[in-house]
Design a binder for this molecule. Sequence first.
Ligand code: GLU
Length: 275
Amino acid sequence: MKSTRIGLVAAAAVLALTASACGSDDGGEGSGGDGIKIGIKFDQPGLGLKKGSDYAGMDVDVAKYVAKQLGHEEDDIQWVQAPSAQRENLLSTGQVDMIVATYSITDERKQKVGFAGPYFVAGQDLLVRADDSSITGPDSLDGKKLCSVTGSTSAQKVKDEVAGVNLREFGTYSECVTALVSGGVDALTTDDTILAGYAAQDQYKGKLKVVGQPFSQENYGIGLKKGDTATCQKVTDAITKMITDGDWQKIVDANLGPAGYKPPAGNPPTPDACS
Ligand code: GLU
C-alpha cells in the first residue's frame, strides 16, 4: 500500500496507537522515543478505563510514571487491553512489554511471568444491589448467584473456599456489573478497588453497594517478561521513587478518591526485591 506524505503526517497520532501491529516497535531501552506496549484494563473506572482515545485511572497513571522513568514519553506508550485471563500470555509472547492492570502477584503466576512491586494493596470484596441486605460476606452466598472473571484470583478464591458456590465467569468485570444490575446474578466478587469504581459510576449510583468486608490481600504488581531482572530492577526503582516523592499519594487520591475508596493498611507497600 502506498501512503502520501500528507496522509502520513495526518495519521501520525493514530499510527502511534497501532504501530506495533506493523512490527516496527521493539520497545528498546535507553534511547527515549522508543515505543512501549503496556497492558491495562479498559473497563475498570478509577483503575484502567478507555474513554474514546483517552485512558484514565490509577494503573494508567502508575504506568505513565514508570514508563517515564524508563525513558518513554507518554506519546511513546501504546495501550493494549489486557483482560485478566490473557495477562500471562500477552507477556510471555511479547505482545506487551509490561502489564499494569490490577494484577495480583501470586506464586502461580510467577511461574510464567515476572513482577515488580507491589505498588498497591487491595482486598477482595463483594458488590451487591443496594437494596440487598442478605449478602454480608462470603459466608452468606449459599443459594446466591455469584459472578467473577476467568483467570482472576477472585474467581479462584471463591472456587477454593466457598463450598458449593454458584459461580458464573465472564471475561470482564463490566459484564458482571450488567448482570448484577439486571438481576441475572446476585453478587460480583473481585478487588474492592474495582468494585468501588463501579459503585461510584453515575449510572449505578444508589443501585449498587460494596459489602465492605475484605477477605483477601491482593498485592498489585507490574507484570514483566519472566527472567528480565534488569527491567524488573528499573521498574522497582521507579515504584520506590513514585512512593517517596509523593506522586503515589497524588495518583491514589486523584483516581480512587472520587469513589470514596480509602487505601487499606499496608499502603503504600514496600516493593519486593527482584529475583
Ligand atoms: N487482582 C485480582 C487478579 O489479579 C483480581 C482483579 C483482576 O482480575 O484484574 O486476578
